[in-house]
Design a protein around this ligand. Structure first.
Ligand code: GDP
Length: 304
């Protein structure tokens, strides 16, 4: 799906809330600001980020100055865009560009059900399409379904996968995967990990162990720790981001399931509140439905 299609529900909710908030108003008074604040919070932009946006509008617009709805809308769009522009950007690679390392190793983290496996499949598809040799590693050995799902994706996309039986040591799978990547000359390695959050120390230990194993083969690996978040859970996604960033050095975010939800405003909250770039967004279940996140396009799409 395209960005516009993918964000359809969010757009409808967002725009209708905003236009209600400023309907019939031609000055920026307390009431307008309160309405806007309410509209943004209910569009899942999150309280902190909403307050920042409202503060900026307040600073920018003289109180009670005459202003048409169109102009107010434009100022809101600009301030939302400014918030995103100040958030960290992800420009370290593109699918068809040269990778910063070979093999380039991506460790994927996130709780079950957020779309982790699907995102890995979509990434594999994009890298493969760009002519790269991709290898998958099934280090989420905790659930049989996770390995099965990843195997299905590897077949669908046509990329090899390294796996062991369920319950085996994730670090051992990481070892096999890295070894296989070296002998195959893989360009990109994507490793799935178990997303148990109930025990932060355990999660931390497991990820650290995987990192140590990878570094036996490739210095500075993993080059990316990609946290997958389910955008349709709104503020829950923010909570998960807090937990994972506390447990490991997450370097990039993927926000999935933005199609079919009106909670896409959470992307603004996540981009604003974590010093970690949003790199990808998921807008459907198919392999083509992963988009590289572009701040300007995203805001344009919300307001168009
Ligand atoms: P995992 O448990 O985190 O690995 O989650 P899965 O990758 O198995 O995805 C869980 C469900 O969400 C599946 O039914 C996927 O098809 C679906 N899914 C994943 N990403 C997206 C997305 O961007 N949009 C939609 N609509 N569904 C998605």
């Amino acid at each position: 799906e395209s960005l516009d299609q993918g964000l359809q529900k969010t757009k409808e909710g967002f725009l209708s809330k905003i236009s209600k908030a400023i309907a019939g108003k031609n000055t920026v008074d307390e009431e307008v600001l309160d309405n806007l604040e309410e509209a943004l919070v209910s569009a899942d932009v999150g309280v902190d980020t909403t307050v920042r946006i409202i503060d900026r509008i307040e600073q920018r617009v003289a109180k009670d100055k005459y202003m048409g709805t169109g102009e107010l809308n434009r100022i809101l769009q600009e301030e939302i865009e400014n918030i995103l522009v100040e958030a960290p950007s992800a420009v370290s690679y593109t699918f068809d560009g040269e990778m910063p390392a070979k093999p380039y190793i991506i460790l994927v983290v996130g709780v079950n059900g957020v779309g982790k496996t699907t995102t890995i499949g979509k990434l594999a598809y994009n890298f493969k399409k760009a002519g790269k040799n991709v290898l998958l590693g099934a280090a989420d050995t905790f659930r049989a379904a996770a390995v099965d799902q990843l195997t299905i994706w590897s077949e669908r996309v046509g990329v090899p996968i390294v796996k062991q039986e369920m319950g085996s040591d994730p670090a051992a799978v990481a070892f096999d995967t890295a070894q296989s990547a070296m002998s195959r000359g893989s360009d990109v390695v994507i490793i799935d990990t178990a997303g148990r959050l109930h025990n932060k120390a355990h999660l931390m230990d497991e990820l650290n162990k995987i990192k140590r194993v990878l570094q036996k083969f490739v210095p500075f690996a993993p080059h990316e720790v990609l946290l997958v978040l389910d955008g349709s859970t709104g503020q829950n996604a923010l909570e998960q981001a807090k937990h994972f960033t506390a447990a490991t050095d997450v370097t990039a975010l993927a926000i999935t399931k933005l199609d079919g939800t009106a909670k896409g405003g959470v992307v603004l909250a996540i981009a604003d509140q974590f010093k970690i770039p949003v790199k990808f967004i998921g807008v459907g279940e198919k392999m083509e439905d992963l988009l590289v996140f572009d701040k300007h396009e995203f805001v344009d799409s919300l307001f168009s």
